[in-house]
Design a binder for this molecule. Structure first.
Ligand code: ZN
Length: 311
């Protein structure tokens, strides 16, 4: 069954290796083309992620370098990988093709310069998360003790996302910033977050947050990172499915998807260690849910609710 994965960090690894790692099949990558094919991942989102410790004046340069590797290593060397630049591009993928979409994980790279964000849109960025765990000029992240909401600049970014029909990603935001985004965003989404009720981690969403996301018509894509799945012991696929069960019990059955976080995580759910294992999750879900429901989680919920179509 075809899967849409809303989050991975493989661009950071391609950038760190300075072009040494082949996207086609490098075994060091949890997401590479061979593994996407094996796991039937039909569309993979590629996050631009910049280390918060990098000097501020180098961050936009690094964002452009990561985009360079996306164009050169991911797209350029793999003609069967197709760049998704518009929401309708999802409908044009042929059998054997894999879609690739750029996303931005935190706006640190643009500093206070909105034209840099416009440039990133033009290069293909279709989803923007305002922060990683730290604070920046737009908002506070989930790891920032101050816990503030959006700045005026952050609000401007959400409005610009709306205008361009770009998703605003709430994963990694502080709780206050989450609520500010929910007030303003036309296309809110949580690209890689689980339920706090089942695993009390600052990166996960409270029931109130999840309810608000579902009421607003947004999506929550569950993440395969063990610390966000379970507080103790080894995390299994069944443990991850408990988060899906929980979100479904809140009415989210048509608003749940997947956001693996591959290449951004260092521990793994058993039997879900890289993209090639993705169908193990599908097969386990099929024991609990109807085929139509599982198809929803895997891709259809996102397709139905992407901008221009469902919202
Ligand atoms: Zn992340």
């Amino acid at each position: 069954m075809n899967i849409i994965d809303l989050h991975c960090d493989v661009l950071m690894k391609l950038w760190e290796s300075k072009g040494e790692l082949r996207f086609a099949d490098a075994p060091e990558l949890q997401v590479n083309k061979a593994r996407l094919q094996q796991g039937q991942v039909k569309v993979q989102c590629f996050a631009i992620f910049i280390e918060p410790d990098l000097p501020s004046d180098q961050k936009f340069q690094v964002a452009l370098e990561q985009i360079h590797y996306f164009y050169q290593e991911v797209l350029g060397k793999n003609p069967d990988i197709v760049h998704i630049k518009e929401w309708s591009d999802f409908d044009r993928l042929n059998i054997g093709q894999i879609g690739a979409m750029l996303t931005l994980e935190g706006v640190d790279a643009i500093g206070n310069d909105i034209t840099k964000l416009e440039t990133l849109y033009r290069l293909g960025v279709r989803s923007v998360g305002l922060t990683w765990n730290n604070a920046n000029l737009a908002a506070d992240g989930a790891g920032e003790p101050r816990g503030a909401g959006l700045t005026l600049f952050g609000k401007r970014i959400v409005q610009l996302n709306n205008k361009h029909q770009v998703l605003t990603d709430v994963s990694h935001l502080s709780e206050k910033a989450f609520w500010d985004v929910m007030e303003l965003a036309d296309y809110p989404i949580a690209s890689h977050s689980n339920a706090k009720k089942l695993c009390n981690h600052p990166r996960n969403l409270t029931d109130e947050q999840a309810t608000a996301m579902f009421q607003k018509g947004g999506l929550i894509h569950v993440v395969y990172n063990p610390p966000f799945v379970k507080t103790t012991g080894k995390a299994t696929i069944s443990d991850l499915i408990k988060h899906i069960d929980h979100f479904c019990s809140m009415g989210g059955v048509k608003q749940i998807g997947f956001g693996s976080d591959f290449d951004g995580i260092t521990s793994f759910i058993v039997n879900l260690e890289d993209a090639s294992k993705s169908q193990n999750l599908i097969n386990e879900l099929l024991k609990h849910y109807s085929e139509e429901q599982v198809r929803g989680f895997a891709s259809q919920n996102f397709l139905d609710r992407r901008p221009r179509i469902g919202r």
